[in-house]
Design a protein around this ligand. Structure first.
Ligand SMILES: Cc1ncc(COP(=O)(O)O)c(C=O)c1O
Length: 390
């Protein structure tokens, strides 16, 4: 295909919504009860079972889950929480909600994952928690992170927005740290449009998150309009309106039932991409350690700048010209205005993250991507490598 021809855009993401999801949502619409109710409770129970967790609390987003996970462990003004710079806005902003400080750390050299040695060096007398991010969908080095946390008496709140279903040494992500937070945002591996879930082994933390997620009202707030419920309620403390709806939970239950099948399909696409692209000098393909299972939420290709006459941004433009939608994960937090103006971070401070960011392109990877569409992406990348080789 010529570089100037415009083809219909192959989107970066397309959710797999089939009859099961549609009829589950219709059933809720017909039931007359749309917000938090029996479907949310069922979704929490099924999600806990799937992640082998003792407790699962549903939220309106992963950001909300991360916020109340930090509230549940008692983060307050002046505390420090260690956060990788290679992450989305949410992981850092939830710390700022408390007037606490997100202490940013770099990636391991050559990796998108946080460097645990730098975590250890960033600990001060004010550090309360570590917030590792399972970037792209395979887990961080959790043995190292948990051992640092134990040694210093810190809590571990995992940002598992990308990590469903992921495994670390045969344990599914969901029970490794103190609280694990998942995202069901539109592009995630399981979607409810917007939504999130926190899992934990600690009943008290679960209860605290549950109460805070619905106005700080005593635990059965959602039941007050049901036959077993009562109109009486007590506001225990300042809470939030962070509840998931039954409409979203119905969608989530249908998606959860095919979570493994959807992962298999993404893994097959990743394999196909890697086989077709690794022989090219122009690109480096992603690799995950053998002791992990990758959820393949993202397939992040790295542009080999020495092998091309163009940079990463231009490769994205060239892909777009060829009708391929892509994205970039992530612009490291320390490069953003907020982090530079308010927290004093500066460009150049975390070279490993900047090096990864400067070469990263996230390719389309979703269960509904057909073999033909996968080939279209591959052909476009081959075409660009031929046209712009150094
Ligand atoms: C690493 C990471 N953490 C947290 C979030 C926030 O998820 P949500 O949109 O469900 O709040 C995202 C969303 O893209 C993310 O990529």
């Amino acid at each position: 295909m010529s570089a100037t021809a415009t083809a219909a855009l192959l989107p970066f993401h397309r959710a797999l919504i089939e009859e099961e999801e549609i009829s589950a949502v219709l059933e809720v619409l017909r039931s007359g009860w749309l917000t938090t109710g029996p479907r949310v409770k069922e979704f929490e129970a099924e999600f806990a079972k799937y992640t082998e967790a003792s407790h699962a609390v549903a939220f309106s987003s992963c950001t909300a889950a991360l916020h109340l996970a930090l509230a549940a462990i008692g983060i307050t003004e002046g505390d420090e929480v260690i956060v990788p710079t290679m992450t989305f806005a949410s992981s850092g902003e939830v710390v700022l909600y408390f007037k606490a400080r997100p202490v940013l750390v770099d990636c391991q050299k050559g990796s998108f994952h946080v460097d645990h040695e730098q975590i250890a060096r960033a600990i001060t007398g004010r550090t309360r928690a570590i917030l590792p991010v399972h970037f792209a969908g395979y887990p961080c080095d959790m043995d190292a992170i948990l051992s640092i946390a134990r040694e210093h008496g810190l809590k571990v709140i995992e940002d598992a927005a990308h990590a469903l279903p992921s495994r670390y040494k045969n344990k599914i992500v969901g029970t490794l740290g103190d609280i694990t937070c998942f995202s069901f945002y539109a592009t995630k591996t399981l979607t409810t449009g917007e939504g999130g879930m926190a899992t934990t082994e600690n009943a008290e933390l679960a209860e605290r998150m549950r109460i805070l997620s619905l106005h700080g009202i005593s635990k059965d707030a959602w039941k007050r309009y049901t036959a077993e419920g009562t109109w009486r309620y007590d506001i225990l403390e300042t809470g939030y309106k962070y509840n998931l709806t039954d409409l979203q939970a119905a969608l989530g239950l249908a998606q959860l039932a095919k979570c493994d099948a959807m992962r298999q399909r993404r893994a097959a696409i990743a394999k196909r991409y890697s086989e077709a692209l690794s022989p090219l000098e122009a690109y480096d393909v992603p690799r995950a350690p053998d002791h992990t299972q990758h959820a393949w939420h993202l397939y992040v290709l790295q542009v080999n700048l020495a092998a091309l006459r163009i940079d990463r941004n231009r490769v994205i433009d060239e892909l777009k010209k060829r009708g391929i939608g892509t994205s970039v994960h992530f612009i490291p937090l320390h490069l953003h205005t907020l982090y530079q103006r308010q927290l004093g971070y500066r460009s150049g401070q975390f070279p490993n993250a900047e090096e990864k960011f400067g070469r990263a392109i996230s390719l389309p990877i979703y269960p509904g991507l057909t073999g033909q569409e996968t080939d279209r992406v591959i052909e476009a990348l081959h075409d660009i490598a031929r046209e712009f080789c150094a």
